[in-house]
Design a protein around this ligand. Structure first.
Ligand code: PPE
Length: 311
């Protein structure tokens, strides 16, 4: 189990073992929570959270879409997160803010249950294994379709919605693959269980659009900027399943997965079966950006401010 010294919960730092909730927490029963996944890197200028502000903005946006008023300001959450990193003595870590409906009246109507918030952090290595991150993973198109806007709000990073990703993840693992790729309800390519997707064909890139019910990934956004700065084109558009088999290169992006190449899709090797040249070029720049080694993208490294009282 992952662990840490302390967790920030509803405005206070509490020991990890004391960060507990009631069994009647609304979110435990009905999935009424929203969350973020963020990484902090040990950069030459000190610990820096990658695009911290963008993640906090998305947390507020997800909360708003489900009528949850977060009882803290963006600045308070950012300061609490920085202090949490310092108090735990982390230089690099994964950060999980979670906003959820706590114990209140039972039943489906959530708006009378309190909105609670916790931020946890822990040290987390490669999401899909060191070998997979380096050389690429084997993926398979899932029999489960991505949740769509007719039923939920795919653009919100909401806890209950993750049963969809979990179905695809379990299916792909049981079948011996490292990742599942979900199609949207129309049959176009949507995303991985926790990652956005990019294909390369004839030196042109493409990634599914919001119309494929993706979560708007912050790393997707960063990687699109890097690709365009390199002079390549990247289109946001519908991608047919067959395009995955014809792609020269295929990779995914996410906070946990960072940039992970896909080397095999549905038992077909992607390109040569090794991460391709454009994937490698984009990845090198992206890794430099994450780790604070890039001047050009230093704007994305939100340095951890050490509060005087925490030292
Ligand atoms: N789609 C989904 C469904 C998703 O969960 C993520 C992040 C992304 C796309 C990429 O978004 P971004 O991280 O902003 O680039 N998945 C998070 C959860 C992983 C987990 O196992 O939990 C993450 O990568 O932190």
């Amino acid at each position: 189990m992952v662990s840490a010294d302390c967790v920030w919960m509803n405005g206070e730092f509490v020991a990890f073992e004391d960060a507990k909730v009631s069994v009647l927490t609304h979110a435990l029963h009905y999935g009424t929570g929203v969350f973020e996944g963020i990484r902090c890197y040990d950069t030459p200028r000190g610990p820096a959270v990658f695009r911290h502000t963008a993640h906090i903005d998305r947390l507020f946006q997800s909360a708003r879409m489900y009528f949850m008023d977060i009882p803290f300001s963006r600045d308070e959450i950012r300061a609490a997160t920085d202090e949490l990193i310092v108090r735990n003595g982390f230089r690099g870590c994964y950060i999980r803010p979670l906003v959820f409906r706590g114990a209140g009246p039972m039943g489906l109507y959530p708006l009378n249950s309190p909105v609670e918030i916790a931020i946890a952090a822990w040290e987390w290595g490669s999401y899909l294994g060191d070998e997979g991150k380096l050389n690429g993973v084997r993926a398979r198109v899932s029999s489960w379709r991505r949740i769509d806007s007719a039923s939920v709000i795919p653009a919100a990073k909401a806890t209950g919605q993750y049963l969809n990703s979990i179905n695809a993840k379990v299916e792909s693992e049981k079948a011996g693959y490292e990742e599942g790729i979900l199609l949207d309800t129309r049959g176009f390519v949507s995303e991985g269980t926790g990652e956005n997707l990019f294909i390369v064909k004839d030196s042109k890139l493409a990634t599914p659009h919001f119309t494929s019910d993706i979560l708007g990934g912050i790393n997707r956004h960063s990687v699109i900027e890097i690709i365009r700065d390199l002079g390549y084109t990247v289109e946001e558009r519908d991608i047919a399943r067959g395009e995955l088999y014809m792609a020269d290169e295929f990779f995914m992006t996410g906070t946990a997965a960072e940039l992970t190449p896909i080397r095999e899709i549905d038992d077909h090797p992607v390109g040569t079966g090794r991460p391709g040249p454009i994937t490698e070029r984009v990845r090198a720049i992206f890794e430099d950006a994450l780790h604070g080694r890039s001047e050009r993208y230093a704007k994305w490294n939100d340095l951890v401010e050490v509060p005087a009282r925490a030292t």
